[in-house]
Design a protein around this ligand. Structure first.
Ligand code: PLP
Length: 381
C-alpha cells in the first residue's frame, strides 16, 4: 500500500493577472464560489440557472433560446459549435489569422468536414474581401467560421461584416468570442451570429472552466436536421438542453453533474457585468487600453497590431532587442506578483501579450505594469 504523503494546503499568492487569461477574478466571484454546494437539480439551483441563462443572453445581446454555459473551458465551447453543426463532407470556410483559427480547422476536420482556409497575416484582422471571394468561389460552403478576437496576436476582426457576408451566401456563422465577450462590442442578434462560444476566464473575470455558448434558431434547425448523430455524447446540445431548460420546457432531466459552485461564480460575474452595463464595460476596456498604450510607448515598446485592428484587452508588443523574454517575465512574477503572457505560435519568444481583461482593466493595474516593466527593462538582472 502506498503511504499517504504529507502535503501542506495549497496557498497560492495573490497575483495580478495581466496575461492572455485567466484574468484577475472579481473578489465577489471568488466569494460566490465558496458558498454552500447544493444539488444540481435543487429547485433553488434550477432558479439560479434560469437567471444565469438570461445573464448570458444579456452578455451576448441575444434572445436565442439555446443559450447556456458548457461545463468545460472555451475549447469545449469551440468543439460544441463544430460537433453539433458540421456533418461529414460539409464545407466550412475557416479564417486563420492566429492560433485559434488553426484550431477551428482541426475541429472541422475531426468532424469529417472539409475546411477551406482563408489565411491572413498574423497580427492583422481577417480580411473581409478575401472572405467574400472565398464564399463566392465555394457556393457549396455551409459555414463561415472565424475568431472575433485573436488572443494569440491581439487582432480584432469585423464580426458584423463577416456575419453579414455569411448570411448573404446562405452560410451559418460560427464565431469565437472567447476573448471578445465583455471587452469589445458584440451583438449576436443584431449582427446575425448563428453559433458563438466564449470563455469564463477572460473579460468576464470569472474562474476558468466554463464556456457560454449560444445558437440562433437557424443553427438549431441545422442541428435538428442532422443525418448523423453528434459524435460527442457530452457536448450534444439536444441532450444538454434537457438539463438546462427541460425537454420541451418540461421537467429537467439529469445529463451530467453541473459544476455547481463554478456556475455560482459565473452567475456573479455576469451579474456584476449587468450592473456595470455592457457598453460601460466596453468603454472601460478601451479607456484602460489608451492609458496602457501611452505607458508602453513611453517605454519604447512597439505594438504587433496596427491601431485600427487592435484589441483593447490584449496588447501584444514586440520584445526589445537583447532582452531575455523568460527572465523578464520571471522577474515580473517574482518581484511584482505580476503575470504577463508570453508570445504564442509564430510570436513565441518575439512578443509579450499584456491583458487588460475584465476586473484587470483598472488604472492601478496599468500603473503597476508600466512601473514594473520600466524597472525591469531599465535594470535587467
Ligand atoms: C480565442 C480563443 N479561443 C479559444 C480558446 C480556448 O479556450 P480555453 O483555454 O478556455 O479552453 C482561447 C484561450 O485562450 C482563446 O483565446
Amino acid at each position: 500500500m502506498l503511504i499517504a504523503p504529507y502535503i501542506e494546503p495549497f496557498n497560492p499568492p495573490r497575483r495580478v493577472l495581466m496575461g492572455p487569461g485567466p484574468s484577475d477574478v472579481y473578489p465577489e466571484v471568488l466569494a460566490a464560489q465558496a458558498k454552500p454546494t447544493i444539488g444540481h437539480l435543487d429547485p433553488l439551483f434550477v432558479g439560479m440557472m434560469d437567471e444565469l441563462k438570461s445573464l448570458i443572453q444579456y452578455a451576448f445581446q441575444t434572445k436565442n433560446e439555446m443559450t447556456l454555459a458548457v461545463s468545460a473551458p472555451g475549447s469545449a465551447g469551440m468543439e460544441t459549435c463544430f460537433v453539433n453543426l458540421v456533418e461529414p463532407g460539409e464545407k466550412v470556410i475557416v479564417c486563420r489569422n492566429g492560433v485559434f483559427g488553426e484550431r477551428m480547422r482541426q475541429n472541422v476536420e475531426r468532424c469529417g468536414g472539409v475546411a477551406v482556409m482563408v489565411d491572413n497575416e498574423w497580427g492583422k484582422a481577417v480580411d473581409v474581401d478575401t472572405v467574400a471571394n472565398a464564399l463566392a468561389e465555394n457556393p457549396d460552403a455551409k459555414f463561415l467560421a472565424f475568431v472575433h478576437a485573436e488572443t494569440s496576436t491581439g487582432a480584432l476582426s469585423d464580426a458584423k461584416a463577416l456575419c453579414a457576408l455569411a448570411k448573404q451566401h446562405g452560410c451559418i456563422s460560427i464565431v469565437d468570442a472567447v476573448t471578445s465577450l465583455g471587452g469589445v462590442e458584440l451583438r449576436v442578434d443584431e449582427w446575425g451570429i448563428d453559433a458563438i462560444y466564449s470563455g469564463s476566464q477572460k473579460c468576464l473575470s470569472c474562474v476558468p472552466g466554463l464556456s457560454p455558448v449560444s445558437f440562433s434558431p437557424k443553427a438549431v434547425e441545422k442541428m435538428k436536421a442532422r443525418k448523423t448523430p453528434v459524435q460527442s455524447w457530452f457536448l450534444d446540445q439536444t441532450l444538454v438542453m434537457g438539463y438546462w431548460t427541460g425537454e420541451s420546457g418540461g421537467k429537467r432531466s439529469y445529463h451530467h453533474t453541473a459544476p455547481v459552485n463554478a456556475l455560482y461564480a459565473l452567475h456573479e460575474s455576469l451579474r456584476l457585468l449587468s450592473l456595470e452595463g455592457l457598453e460601460h464595460a466596453w468603454q472601460r476596456h478601451a479607456d484602460m487600453h489608451q492609458v496602457l498604450r501611452h505607458g508602453l510607448q513611453r517605454l519604447g515598446l512597439k505594438f504587433v497590431v496596427a491601431e485600427a485592428d487592435r484589441l483593447p484587452q490584449l496588447n501584444a508588443v514586440y520584445i526589445p532587442e537583447g532582452i531575455d523574454d523568460a527572465k523578464v517575465r520571471k522577474q515580473l512574477l517574482e518581484n511584482y506578483n505580476l503575470e504577463i503572457g508570453a508570445g504564442l505560435g509564430a510570436l513565441a519568444g518575439k512578443a509579450w501579450r499584456i491583458g487588460l481583461m475584465g476586473y484587470a482593466a483598472r488604472r492601478e493595474n496599468v500603473a503597476l505594469c508600466i512601473k514594473a516593466l520600466d524597472e525591469v527593462l531599465v535594470q535587467p538582472a
